[in-house]
Design a protein around this ligand. Structure first.
Ligand SMILES: NC(=O)c1ccc[n+]([C@@H]2O[C@H](COP(=O)([O-])OP(=O)(O)OC[C@H]3O[C@@H](n4cnc5c(N)ncnc54)[C@H](OP(=O)(O)O)[C@@H]3O)[C@@H](O)[C@H]2O)c1
Length: 307
């Protein structure tokens, strides 16, 4: 018999991911703190819960919130998913959170008889919408096998990397590179433009070189046209991830000079008040440091996500 499914957290990522599940003909009951973000999902076949503890009767509940503390809040605080009598069998979390926070959450959930799978993701909401996410899990292998068909409905590839919180360290390493790549891409794009190469021409050439990737391609239209109001991921969330990377580097005794410099650059961007904008606004700051005032190039550039 199919598992009954619940979903908590309908931000940019959660909304796109749960729509893939619904599209895969899975029945899902959803809850979001800000209810107005949940309501439009009724049109896609979702049941809308009025409170998160209504999902406690589900077999599997997926969570996609911002930070470790937010995940603890939705699970354990008064009215939380597992705070009452009824409990779901499994929690599958895809938020980007710390290894230590995740281990504490595992210990608390397992003590309550609730199994726990960490499944962070690679890809933004647009990637999720296109069904092109990578989902990487850790936790008991049998649990992964049980969740895999649902993960498959949301991703182009799913992987199990081992027991416990290993997927958290995978995600932290992944997002540290995510930060370092955008930092360097902004630096070299400003260098090329200041020396005379139009931004979109330079970006197109990088995308077609050995250094091009799905990431450099899907950020290119934003960098050429300065459409930072189309938010995929915020400077604040990137700073959270760079901080997770630096904390993990300290915990494991690994020097990460490129990540350390990037962390400071991202912190400066956040400190300058860039909040509800895309993190690629880092380009503007990098250009300002070079005495260059950027203008939108207003060009059509492929983001590589067309199917
Ligand atoms: N965006 C990306 O490209 C991307 C890619 C991979 C992974 N991630 C990670 O995925 C997670 C979600 O990212 P996002 O971009 O979807 O963020 P987002 O748009 O800011 O959404 C955050 C979600 O978490 C909920 N939330 C936060 N704190 C909460 C609390 N204390 N109690 C209940 N709900 C709470 C929010 O509810 P409200 O609607 O009520 O605020 C919203 O549903 C983050 O950990 C992020 O680092 C993001």
């Amino acid at each position: 018999m199919a598992d009954s499914l619940g979903w908590i957290g309908l931000g940019r990522m959660g909304e796109a991911m749960v729509k893939r599940l619904l599209k895969g003909n899975h029945a899902v009951t959803v809850w979001n703190r800000t209810r107005s973000k949940a309501e439009p999902l009724a049109e896609y076949g979702a049941n809308i819960a009025a409170a998160r503890n209504e999902l406690a009767v589900c077999d599997l509940v997926f969570t996609m919130v911002s930070t470790t503390d937010d995940l603890k809040e939705v699970l354990f605080a008064a009215g939380g998913l597992v705070a009452g009598e009824a409990k779901p069998k499994v929690v599958v979390d895809s938020s980007s959170i710390s290894q230590e926070g995740s281990a504490e959450i595992r210990q608390r959930l397992e003590a309550l008889g609730v199994a726990y799978l960490c499944t962070p993701v690679s890809g933004n909401a647009k990637v999720a919408k296109a069904g092109k996410l990578l989902m990487v899990s850790s936790g008991p292998k049998a649990l992964y096998d049980r969740a895999e068909p649902y993960l498959q409905a949301m991703a182009r590839k799913v992987m199990w990397v081992g027991e416990g919180e290993l997927a958290r360290i995978w995600k932290i390493a992944h997002n540290t590179m995510f930060g370092v790549v955008i930092q360097n891409l902004c630096e070299i794009t400003v260098l090329a433009e200041k020396a005379g190469i139009p931004r979109h021409v330079f970006l197109e050439s990088i995308n077609d070189s050995v250094l091009g990737s799905m990431y450099t391609r899907y950020k290119s239209p934003t960098l050429a046209n300065l459409t930072f109001d189309e938010v995929t991921f915020t400077p604040k969330l990137l700073l959270k991830d760079m901080d997770l990377g630096m904390a993990a580097a300290k915990a494991h005794g690994v020097a990460m000079p490129a990540a350390a410099a990037t962390r400071e650059s991202v912190a400066r961007m956040v400190g300058r008040g860039h909040d509800n904008v895309d993190f690629a606004v880092l380009l503007l700051e990098t250009a300002r440091d070079a005495g260059l005032e950027l203008k939108s190039e207003n060009v059509k550039l492929s983001d590589g996500l067309e199917s």
